[in-house]
Design a binder for this molecule. Structure first.
Ligand code: ANZ
Ligand code: ZN
Length: 817
């Protein structure tokens, strides 16, 4: 009977479940490993990206179980979010039904691949118990001021009367009805992640060497710390009058105080208070007002990439040092959310300012001479250099000048040294149905009040109309009417739900909870103390910024609320590469998707896993290749079929290495090389491809010899080291042949790596005449004796005049006559 993956895989999947092989132990005296692959969104079916993600995590988890660690390797479902509502809009199916049915289907798919996820700890983030605890955190954060309400600009579809996510805005239009999207100010909820900006930045240092460099750099840029000078530019008297004496001036932030003598204009964001005042009081002509409104309606991201646009506002400010009159413009490249929403423009030394100045014919004044001494007036000289035309600061080098100018501003009370972050507070409210309701109540008397914890969870109503127009919770006839938790009077429930990134910011903590406490607590300190941090986190690079940053923030916030004692949730991070076919990412729209189910059906789970882990190192892109899949299958088949002739043994056979033939020795060496490699592969670099290649070589070397004991030992070791990758077939083999022992106890036998003999060439008078094999540690005499014996017929009775032994290479004998 040959290799039959279907029956083998079914048998072992059932066995593992029954044996609770997948479950973590509650014995906290044991050393632990927490291995986590990012949880999936239940979109309907798993794809190859999932298979790769979970094959990597499962291999690591299975390895640590083998060497006796207590392993937590859980899975859950990131179950709230837009696609469920889209399905409701398109097909009329309820989001809840759609989601749980998808979960059931995908769970079966994952099961068929033999991933060893804890069964007990699986959950979906739309489970009511999860909602309950998330709402508890929300209440705590609200009470601590970490969650607050404030006005924000959102994408708004005037036709559907709904807020749109950035992904739902396609080229400025609503994805559903194609109406032009506008920017609208609305009250929204924010989590104060900026309170943690400094710590989030500083703690990246702790992750150095354990997270991909690129991810750390992306996080650092996203937080975007800059040091600079903030100061006020004062309006001149005429301008003040024009603004009805409502404004004295405005603040600007610059990271290049050294360029201050090069300021030739200033620019305000279209949303700046001064611009709004001018627009609202029609102090500009209607054409200008239209232009400004258009800028305001363009999402900031698009605006920053668009061609520079702006107009002169007929206002002037006074340069704080030179006292010159400087014109004030409004410009599309100035962002309202950064710094103070206004810039001092230095076209000579800043690219954006330069482009704008060229377009509107504004003057350009160079004040920094770069290192090479040349000023190219066709461009902005952005590099640092030495100041000139800068009064007393002339002659200073940029860095020194920055410091001197900031000191001067501080001394004169003109401005101050300031640190700005690009990071903005996290907008967490969504005007949608399928999410965690924000557990707050709006009371006419008490204002915004948190729901009482004993009333949590606030659950979603099941009877809703999901049409894509408006917010279904807002439109529900009764749901939002409630009583104020504070005064008991009539009040209105908040109808916004939370961003789904909130659920994924603490799911890894939830997995640590023992079933016994599942309904009582979100998680227990004792459990998080033991299991956290996640030893190895595995996921896509697309989560390099937001998900990881939010999770890091949430962990720190929960720490400060007293829930956990950890600073960083993920000890090590692996970002897996994409799965490609014909050079492109697999996607439905490209029609290049390979369905994991069909591969499992045709070849079995072990083949799918082996191919995925063999085709490329985990962090690199992986090109799908049908013939390589077949190659993987053939290797497993050969490995299994040959195992039927291997002699079973209770223990590793005791082999006398010195008595073996060359081929037998080589086979052992290859087997032990693979074993030696396995520790680094599973614990350090995860280059499973190299371990698989080493195992294939070992199997080839075994095939070149016939020693039964060497075969047994070889299978003993190979089936152990390959088990985390192709678990079903390896359990089948080792179960039949061996006393399933602890992998930890296989010792590396150094003797097999020792080359015990060397081959030397023998030359007589410079001509190569023979080859000899001698022990590595043979003496010179011994080598010569062997050489002369072997080359007897060329020496005969001639006189030997010279004997030379070049170690490990040759013996040269010079004879006369
Ligand atoms: C004058 C200047 C001269 C600047 C120069 C740069 C080069 P980072 O480094 O990213 O923090 N800036 C300030 N607020 C802005 C806003 N709300 N929207 C758009 N740009 C803004 O960027 C800081 C620099 O970006 C600041 O330094 C300011 O331009 C601009 F040769 O001031 B700089
Ligand atoms: Zn009240």
């Amino acid at each position: 009977m040959g290799y039959e993956p279907k029956s083998i895989e079914k048998k072992w999947q059932e066995f593992w479940k029954k044996d609770r092989y997948y479950e973590p132990k509650n014995d906290y005296t044991k050393e632990k490993r927490y291995i986590l692959s990012m949880f999936p969104y239940p979109s309907g079916r798993i794809h190859m990206g999932h298979v790769r993600n979970y094959a990597i995590g499962d291999a690591i988890a299975r390895y640590y179980r083998k060497i006796g660690k207590n392993v937590l390797h859980p899975i859950g479902w990131d179950a709230f979010g837009m696609p469920a509502e889209n399905a409701a809009i398109k097909k009329g199916v309820h989001p809840k039904k759609w989601t749980y049915e998808n979960i059931d289907y995908m769970r079966k798919e994952l099961d068929s691949l033999g991933f060893s996820f804890s069964q007990e700890r699986e959950f979906a983030t739309c489970d009511e118990i999860y909602t309950k605890f998330e709402q508890e955190f929300t209440v705590d954060m609200f009470e601590k001021g970490l969650l607050y309400r404030s006005s924000a600009t959102v994408n708004w579809c005037p036709h559907d009367k709904t807020v749109l996510a950035n992904e739902q805005v396609i080229e400025g239009r609503c994805w559903r009805c194609d109406t032009e999207v506008v920017q609208k100010e609305m009250d929204q909820y924010f989590l104060k992640i900026t309170d943690y900006a400094e710590e989030l930045l500083r703690d990246l240092e702790k992750l150095e060497g354990k997270w991909p460099k690129q991810v750390i750099a992306m996080q650092r840029n996203w937080i975007g710390r800059s040091e600079g000078l903030e100061f006020e530019l004062k309006l001149d008297d005429d301008s003040k009058k024009r603004l009805g004496e409502k404004f004295e001036g405005f603040k600007v932030f610059t990271t290049r105080a050294d360029t201050i003598y090069g300021v030739t204009y200033t620019a305000l964001a279209p949303e700046h208070e001064i611009v709004k005042y001018l627009v609202n009081n029609t102090l500009l002509d209607s054409e200008s007002i239209q232009k400004i409104k258009k800028m305001q309606n363009t999402p900031p991201k698009l605006r920053a990439q668009a061609e520079k646009e702006g107009l002169f506002l007929n206002l002037y400010v006074i340069h704080p040092l030179t006292k010159e009159k400087i014109p004030v413009w409004v410009a599309n490249f100035v962002l309202t959310e950064y710094g103070s929403g206004a810039v001092m423009a230095v076209p000579a030394h800043d690219e954006r300012d330069f482009e704008f100045a060229k377009k509107y014919n504004l003057s350009i004044r160079y004040v920094i001479k770069p290192k090479d001494g040349k000023i190219d007036s066709d461009r902005a000289v952005v590099e640092p250099g030495v100041l000139f035309d800068s009064e007393e600061f002339s002659g200073l080098e940029s860095e020194k000048a920055k410091k001197a100018i900031i000191d001067y501003f501080e001394k004169e009370g003109l401005g101050k040294k300031t640190i700005n972050y690009k990071l903005k507070d996290w907008l967490v409210s969504r005007q949608r149905y399928w999410g965690t309701p924000i557990p707050l109540v709006k009371c006419p008397k008490c204002g915004l009040v948190a729901e009482k914890k004993e009333n949590l969870p606030v659950t979603l109503p099941e009877d809703v109309q999901i049409t894509g127009e408006g917010n279904p919770l807002e439109l529900h006839p009764t749901w939002k009417y409630t009583k104020c938790p504070n005064c008991g009077e009539d009040a209105i429930r908040e109808t916004d739900t939370l961003d789904t990134f909130v659920e994924s910011s603490w799911y890894f903590l939830r997995f640590t909870t023992q079933k016994e406490y599942w309904d009582k607590l979100p998680f227990k300190k004792e459990d998080t103390d033991y299991w956290m941090s996640v030893d190895q986190y595995i996921g896509g690079i697309e989560h390099a910024i937001l998900h990881l940053l939010y999770s890091r923030f949430f962990t720190k916030a929960l720490r400060d609320l007293g829930y956990v004692d950890i600073d960083e949730p993920f000890e090590r991070l692996l970002t897996q590469g994409m799965v490609l076919k014909d050079g492109a990412k697999m996607s439905k729209s490209k029609g290049n998707v390979v369905d994991p189910d069909s591969i499992v059906e045709k070849f079995g789970a072990d083949t799918a896993r082996l191919f995925i882990l063999f085709a490329a190192p985990p962090s690199k892109e992986l090109e799908w290749n049908d013939s390589a899949v077949e190659g993987a299958y053939r290797f497993i088949k050969r490995f299994f079929d040959r195992s039927l002739d291997v002699k079973p043994c209770e223990n590793l056979p005791a082999i006398d290495h010195s008595k073996l033939s060359k081929e037998e020795k080589l086979a052992r060496k290859k087997v032990y090389e693979a074993l030696k490699k396995s520790k680094d592969v599973y614990e350090k670099n995860y280059t499973f491809n190299t371990l698989i290649a080493a195992s294939m070589e070992a199997l080839n070397a075994l095939n070149a010899q016939k020693n039964e004991e060497v075969w047994s030992e070889g299978y003993w070791i190979l089936s152990n080291i390959l088990e985390p990758i192709i678990p079903h077939v390896c359990w089948e083999i080792s179960d039949r042949l061996f006393n399933r022992n602890n992998f930890e106890n296989i010792e590396i036998k150094e003797e097999v790596f020792q080359e015990d003999s060397v081959t030397l060439a023998v030359t007589i008078n410079g001509k190569r005449r023979a080859e000899i094999e001698v022990p590595v540690n043979a003496s010179k005499e011994e080598i010569l004796r062997t050489a002369k014996e072997k080359a007897k017929k060329w020496i005969e009775d001639k006189e030997i005049v010279k004997e030379i032994v070049v170690p490990n290479r040759l013996v040269n004998i010079v004879v006369k006559g």
